[in-house]
Design a protein around this ligand. Structure first.
Ligand SMILES: Cc1ncc(COP(=O)(O)O)c(C=O)c1O
Length: 373
């Protein structure tokens, strides 16, 4: 198992253990402490978001975004269909109704034309608008976020950006996660930087983050006897985990650079093969290329490729199965164009960890060429 090539393994920078050690020395083995404060400051400084809240996961961050925006009980929430379940499970936690929107070919992310059609149709027919839109910047590549933000603004829909996979990706120089009312990052074990598990909720709205902070620690009022007016959650990030995040932030730019180099290497070697199409990058945007993803020629079954790579101890993965096709969301409303179904049918994610050597990428490329030719 030792020489297994993983899809996206953790890649420590070197200082993480020292920050954990610091937590031990101060005995702040708790969901608060210096590492948590520093990690939040680093995220604010890096992304330009005014306020940040460190949490146990990205999913928890999305859940709190819905809670503090007052979205609940039958409210409708639109979302990317081409995403990971953590994006949209919180819609169900709050007993809301999901409405899924397909991707476009230009970004593989939420199609602004479909969104506009749906919102304009509702405006014209007097149908209620959704309360919020959760847009995912998938695989580290930016959605057409400026246009999506303008549509949300125009129709009075809260924009929540799921930037779980896209920390460091920019659109016109502005960080993904900072265009909407609230943004979410994940530090799950396979992300571009990791804390083993964790998330961050960001916003320029001080009150929203203050409320989320309150809810993340069981909504305790400031009374010695633990007074409760509303219910919260145990969602706050541990000071140990935040120590890992602190060290990881110091190397984030290097990690992005290496992921982009790995993408370029795959691209140079494979892009000319007929029928192959890599996940695009919108003009004016720079993704973090968290995972290199591509569509295989129609005659090749991605599952056969995945299994063949697996026999060589190389981990790959199908593209996400769209939410509208999940049994969990059977019957949910949607606006589709077939793109995410096609991506799921023909796409594959390749090993993309920033610790991959050029030689290993070349070995994967050679194997792929044998399988695809
Ligand atoms: C697009 C997307 N949304 C949400 C999440 C949820 O993040 P977490 O695993 O930290 O809960 C993830 C990652 O796991 C993700 O990839």
């Amino acid at each position: 198992m030792n020489n297994r090539i993983f899809l996206s393994p953790p890649h420590m920078g070197g200082n993480e253990l020292a920050y954990i050690q610091e937590a031990f020395e101060s005995n702040y083995i708790a969901p608060l402490g210096h590492n948590v404060d520093v990690f939040e400051s680093q995220i604010k400084e890096y992304t330009g978001a005014k306020y940040a809240l460190a949490l146990t996961s990205g999913t928890a961050a999305i859940h709190l975004a819905l809670r503090v925006l007052g979205i609940k009980d039958g409210d409708e929430v639109m979302a990317s269909t081409f995403t990971f379940i953590g994006s949209v499970a919180p819609i169900l936690y709050e007993r809301c109704t999901p409405f899924f929107i397909d991707s476009d070919a230009a970004s593989w992310n939420l199609d602004p034309n479909l969104l506009e059609e749906e919102l304009a149709h509702r405006a014209a027919t007097g149908k209620k608008q959704p309360k919020a839109l959760i847009v995912t910047h998938l695989y580290g590549q930016c959605a057409d976020i400026k246009r999506l933000a303008a549509l949300c603004e125009h129709y009075g829909v809260y924009l929540i950006e799921d930037a779980a996979e896209s920390l460091g990706a920019t659109y016109e120089g502005k960080q993904s996660g900072t265009f909407g009312k609230m943004g979410v990052y994940s530090f799950n074990g396979n992300k571009i930087i990791t804390t083993s598990g964790g998330g961050m909720l960001v916003s320029d709205d001080e009150k929203l983050i203050a409320h989320a902070r309150h809810l993340s620690t069981q909504a305790r009022e400031a009374a010695p006897h633990y007074e409760h007016i509303e219910f919260g959650y145990n969602y706050r990030m541990s000071n140990i985990v935040a120590g890992i995040g602190r060290g990881q932030m110091e190397v984030l730019d290097q990690r992005i650079q290496r992921r982009r180099e790995i993408y370029e290497r795959y691209h140079r070697a494979l892009a000319s093969i007929e029928g192959i199409a890599f996940m695009p990058e919108l003009p004016n945007s720079v993704g973090n290329r968290w995972l290199t993803t591509l569509m295989l020629p129609e005659s090749i079954a991605p599952e056969q490729v995945r299994l063949a790579l697996e026999r060589d101890n190389i981990e790959s993965r199908p593209l996400w199965k769209p939410m509208h096709a999940q049994p969990l969301f059977q019957g949910a409303q949607n606006r589709l164009n077939g793109i995410s179904d096609t991506l799921f049918q023909h796409g594959i994610c390749l090993p993309s960890g920033s610790s991959l050597s050029d030689e290993t990428v070349d070995r994967i490329v050679s194997r792929l060429k044998e399988l695809i030719h």
